[in-house]
Design a protein around this ligand. Structure first.
Ligand SMILES: CC(C)(COP(=O)(O)OP(=O)(O)OC[C@H]1O[C@@H](n2cnc3c(N)ncnc32)[C@H](O)[C@@H]1OP(=O)(O)O)[C@@H](O)C(=O)NCCC(=O)NCCS
Length: 163
């Protein structure tokens, strides 16, 4: 199930975002202090879906939080960017595919015409997920991002409403 974040998600959110494997190619450092996670979850819970900027959808399975899918809505509401995280224990089951597809359906139904995504060039699980969802690989930016002590390459992806 895809739903809005709630206060009860703080413990699970703190746990999976604190996993160094999950944080490996992400912009945050593990572990995530619980106070910081609490502030983030409070912000997610109060955010307005569709307002310019990021909106995080909680991914729930059997009543528990297993991940999140973020959409960054552009000011014009016709372009968006997607990001995603699934707790390690729940990876490899198709849940990311199902959750991201569900959010994309919602975003395209709301009038978005193009969704972009990018990932570290070494993040093969992320690139495979995007290609499985129909994204086209549109570019490779060399040494573009400073991540955890090194300059890294980014892969760029896009999915249009025509796709
Ligand atoms: C990127 C990420 C969300 C992908 O998660 P995932 O578990 O690999 O993706 P899915 O849930 O769609 O699972 C897909 C895998 O499960 C397999 N699978 C098993 N049962 C399946 C089913 N019923 N339906 C679909 N796939 C299934 C697929 O074959 C696929 O395997 P493959 O990747 O070896 O080809 C996950 O690796 C992650 O959270 N990484 C850390 C955070 C991160 O880096 N995020 C991206 C930043 S750009």
């Amino acid at each position: 199930m895809i739903r809005r974040f709630a206060t009860r998600d703080v413990a699970a959110f703190t746990a999976y975002r604190s996993d160094p494997e999950v944080a490996r190619y992400q912009g945050w450092d593990a572990p995530v202090p619980e106070a910081a996670a609490r502030r983030l979850v409070a912000g997610f819970a109060a955010a307005e879906e569709g307002a310019p900027g990021w909106f995080q959808y909680a991914v729930e399975r059997d009543g528990g939080l297993i991940g999140d899918v973020g959409i960054r809505w552009a000011g014009n509401r016709v372009r968006a960017e997607v990001g995603f995280t699934i707790a390690r224990a729940h990876q490899g089951n198709g849940y990311a595919t199902e959750a991201v597809r569900c959010v994309l359906d919602r975003v395209f139904a709301a009038g978005v015409r193009r969704v972009s995504a990018e990932c570290d060039a070494r993040n093969t699980a992320s690139a495979r997920l995007l290609e499985r969802l129909g994204f086209s690989r549109e570019g490779h930016r060399r040494r573009h991002t400073w991540l955890k002590g090194e300059w890294t390459d980014d892969l760029l992806f896009g999915l249009t409403v025509e796709d």
